[in-house]
Design a protein around this ligand. Structure first.
Ligand code: ADP
Ligand code: MG
Length: 386
């Protein structure tokens, strides 16, 4: 697994790396845009991983970060304490700044890092957290520090949120760190309580090929709307901290209190919060048909209320439903990217039949076919041999 990253390191820097770590991408089964609203999410880690390998920086310099990635082969060199680089190296610089607060960087603070990834960028599979979590683990290991998976997640989260400036929630970094194989992770984002729930269903991932770039703006706009909604709802419920904490049986009151588009955004978040907790219960009890139904409902709410779908995603979900899939929805924030489809083991709605139907509907609408692949679950961050 770490081969391509090690080779890239040697080719680029002419030396041998000293530590390596990998972290997975993820798909979120349900709980869309609930994370930064203090609600629950239910992701699984996927088999595709990002590997970071790390070694000492240039001999005579201190505080230098040099980066290279198979995706971006030009070497970037920055003084990470003084400037935040533009582009992807900012994630690594952010990780270094956060590790520094733990005393978990090597003496002198210079590092070189090479990155190789199987996680597609901008497809909603959280390539950014796979990068920042694997980088955090590899750098901490190189520094001889032992951080818990929770601490690694925290470092990666603050790197992305506070330094790069993507107003993401804690889900991506948490699942990339804490995931277990064949388990979904119910994560309550306000309390950070977690529960591992057995997940062995057949799931497909349909990548529409429509790229989203979350540092571009739509996500930050939704976050601002949610904050504005909480501000207004505090007149109704002064102790309200998170939008997701609004009581679901008070929806009529919420609707009266908010103008559009805040109303629609808030109804999505409160509804999705209830749906996600119920979905986790159904999953734990093996009620896959009802679980799948909630996936369809979640997609509809994303499309209509949160306005974060895309026509290509709607085409995939509608085709899956017509072909008898148990459930389908956009995943990973939306505005493009991927959808998940829950399929049956036999009869109508098996993977093969549903995939065929999706391909054909997509081709008819857009003149090309989406990438469809089975999702295999995997475990969270781990060190690799160098
Ligand atoms: P995603 O849903 O894939 O996380 P984001 O927009 O949050 O989408 O993050 C994508 C960004 O993460 C890329 O633009 C790049 O800056 C960084 N990134 C992800 N994977 C890699 C990689 N293998 N090498 C370099 N940068 C990466
Ligand atoms: Mg991301």
């Amino acid at each position: 697994m770490p081969r391509p990253a090690i080779e890239l390191f040697r080719k680029t820097f002419g030396t041998i790396p000293r530590s390596a770590a990998s972290a997975p991408g993820r798909v979120n089964l349900i709980g869309e845009h609930t994370d930064y609203n203090g609600g629950p999410v239910l992701p699984i880690a996927i088999a595709e991983r990002t590997t970071s390998v790390v070694g000492p920086g240039p001999a005579d310099a201190s505080g230098i970060l040099e980066t290279v990635s198979t995706r971006y082969p030009t070497v970037t060199r920055v003084r990470w304490q003084e400037e935040l680089p533009t582009g992807w190296s900012a994630y690594v610089a952010g990780v270094l700044r956060e590790l520094w607060t733990f005393g978990a960087i090597p003496p002198g603070g210079s590092v070189r890092i090479a990155v190789a990834s199987e996680v597609p960028v901008g497809a909603g599979l959280s390539s950014s957290a796979a990068l920042s979590v694997s980088a955090a683990k590899a750098i901490a290991t190189f520094a001889g520090a032992t951080l818990t998976p929770r601490q690694i997640a925290g470092v990666a989260y603050r790197a992305e949120h506070d330094h790069v400036g993507v107003r993401c929630g804690v889900m991506d970094q948490t699942i990339a760190s804490l995931a277990k194989r064949d388990r979904a992770l119910l994560l309550e984002c306000a309390s950070l309580a977690v529960q591992h729930i057995p997940f062995r269903a057949r799931l497909m991932l349909v990548d529409t090929g429509v790229k989203h770039d979350l540092s571009a703006g739509s996500l930050n706009e939704r976050r601002a709307e949610c904050e504005a909604a909480v501000k207004r709802l505090k007149f109704e419920l002064p102790e309200l901290m998170w939008l997701a904490s609004w009581p679901v049986h008070w929806l009529p009151r919420l609707k009266r209190a908010l103008p559009e588009p805040l109303r629609s955004r808030a109804v999505h978040v409160v509804g999705e919060t209830a749906r996600t907790r119920f979905a986790a219960e159904l999953l734990a009890r093996g009620k896959m048909k009802q679980f799948g139904q909630l996936l369809y409902e979640s997609h509809e709410s994303c499309r209509r209320l949160y306005a974060c779908s895309a026509p290509e995603l709607d085409t995939v979900v509608a085709a899956a439903k017509r072909a008898g899939a148990l459930g389908a929805r956009l995943t990973g924030a939306g505005w493009g990217g991927a959808a998940i489809v829950l399929v049956r083991e036999r009869g109508r709605g098996t993977g093969e039949r549903v995939a065929k139907a999706i391909r054909s509907a997509f081709r008819k609408a857009y003149g090309r076919e989406p990438d469809i692949r089975p999702v295999k679950s995997s475990a969270g961050v781990r060190t690799e041999r160098v």
